[in-house]
Design a protein around this ligand. Structure first.
Ligand code: AMP
Ligand code: ZN
Ligand code: ZN
Length: 407
């Protein structure tokens, strides 16, 4: 753990001192959750992160947030939003063919991401809105599609060109609205350090600089929160969807060198995880060929280990194929010289685990919690907001020790 400099301590004390057990009476609570994409659980140990370190002191830190399998962005953001495994909420990968709709889902296709037919389960912003709690989303996955014809009261269409600083200001502006218009649940998103992690891998000096920049944004955000009159009722969760693993051009399986185009109908996904629909007559050939390849795993649908909670959705195809840790599977036969980072692996792989920090009046001070499952975040948010959750896969019991029992 790093030492905080005197300057940092002063800065942070000004920011946070008022959170120390300070609870306003009679005001309804706020929950603000930030996801910084691909923020691996141990990045704060590699970089100088005074703002996250201080949150750890005045709030809670879990050893990690364990993502669902596959450890990709869309499945996991929607698991945090719904408390459901990807099999149960329908977003089984970032890109997939949905046979139930005869349509393709793709994260870059705004027609798909705004189409409610792809999404099952009830996102927490809808659970909140249905119970009279206004919600807002600044780019959280799934919030551009209505559920039961309900959107968050405030949301934006995804636009990665919006600077992170503007997103902070957007969140703060929502919190400055008159009480009758003000959201009590805000979910917001930053696409770093995922992007940098893909480019350079998780153990690079450029990642450390990115982590330190993001930590400084957390400091700016906290300063602005602390200037609000409602500051003592605000609970903040800072987490991420998955971690990042190092990959190398020396450790690659080229899928199209192994299987022929006439063997399959669909290959969905991206390095290092795919689901493949075989043509009936090639079902055994495809399985036999891929199961003999080193450094990858292939499971028949419905035969994945139970702990992965994956493979029963109609959207998961005949086979699920995933590379071993630090290996890549490229959907090509070309030799790609790419060595940065990747995620999507088995969620038991610690490289895939993400950060989890929380502070505010609902949380204990200076509390270390064991790793949580990210599906437990939905019941946690409902508990803090005092709303009735849906029956979901996530369990409040797993996470409740973080909460200040005196609440
Ligand atoms: P991946 O690393 O492939 O799992 O996905 C990360 C990418 O998802 C990021 O670089 C974002 O650009 C993209 N992304 C995140 N949230 C959204 C969203 N709400 N709508 C569209 N794209 C998104
Ligand atoms: Zn991600
Ligand atoms: Zn990514």
């Amino acid at each position: 753990m790093k030492k905080l400099s005197i300057i940092c301590i002063c800065f942070i004390l000004i920011n946070f001192v008022s959170y120390n057990k300070c609870k306003a009476q009679g005001e309804k609570p706020y929950v603000i959750i930030l996801s910084m994409d691909g923020f691996r659980w141990d990045y704060p140990e590699q970089a100088n992160t005074p703002n996250l370190d201080y949150i750890e002191k005045i709030g809670d830190r879990a050893d990690a947030s364990i993502p669902c399998f596959p450890t990709k962005t869309f499945p996991n953001h929607y698991s945090m939003a719904t408390g459901l495994y990807p099999d149960n909420h329908g977003i089984i990968l970032n890109n997939f063919y949905a046979p139930d709709l005869d349509r393709y889902y793709s994260i870059g296709d705004s027609k798909a991401v705004t189409n409610p037919d792809f999404y099952f389960g009830e996102p927490v912003w809808v659970t909140a809105e249905k119970q009279g709690v206004k919600a807002a989303s600044y780019f959280w996955v799934g919030s551009e599609a209505p559920h039961d014809n309900i959107f968050p009261t405030y949301y934006y269409s995804y636009d990665e060109t919006i600077p992170f600083e503007n997103r902070i200001d957007g969140v703060i502006d929502w919190l400055k609205l008159p009480e009758k218009d003000r959201p009590h649940l805000i979910m917001w998103y930053i696409e770093e350090p995922d992007s940098k992690g893909h480019d350079v891998g998780p153990n690079d000096s450029e990642i450390i600089s990115m982590i330190e920049y993001l930590d400084s944004l957390v400091g700016v955000f906290n300063t602005k929160i602390n200037e609000l009159p409602i500051k003592n009722n605000i609970n903040i969760i800072i987490t991420s969807d998955h971690g990042m693993g190092k990959i190398s051009k020396e450790r690659v399986v080229y899928l199209y060198d192994l299987i022929k185009q006439e063997w399959y109908e669909h290959i969905d996904g991206g390095n290092p995880v795919f689901t493949i629909e075989a043509k009936d007559e090639y079902y055994n050939t495809l399985y036999n060929v891929l199961s003999s390849v080193d450094h990858i795993k292939i499971w028949k649908k419905n035969e994945l280990p139970e702990r992965l909670h994956y493979g029963f959705s109609v959207r998961v195809k005949d086979f699920v194929v995933v590379a071993d840790s630090s290996w890549s599977i490229w959907k090509s036969s070309k030799k790609i010289s790419y060595s940065g980072g990747a995620h999507g692996y088995d969620n038991a792989n610690k490289d895939m685990h993400a950060i989890f920090y929380a502070y505010g009046p609902a949380f204990k001070n200076n509390y270390k919690h064991h790793a949580i499952n990210n599906i437990d975040i939905y019941p946690l948010i409902c508990k803090i907001l005092g709303i009735q959750p849906q029956d979901v896969d996530g369990k409040l019991d797993n996470i409740i020790p973080m909460l200040d029992k005196s609440d």
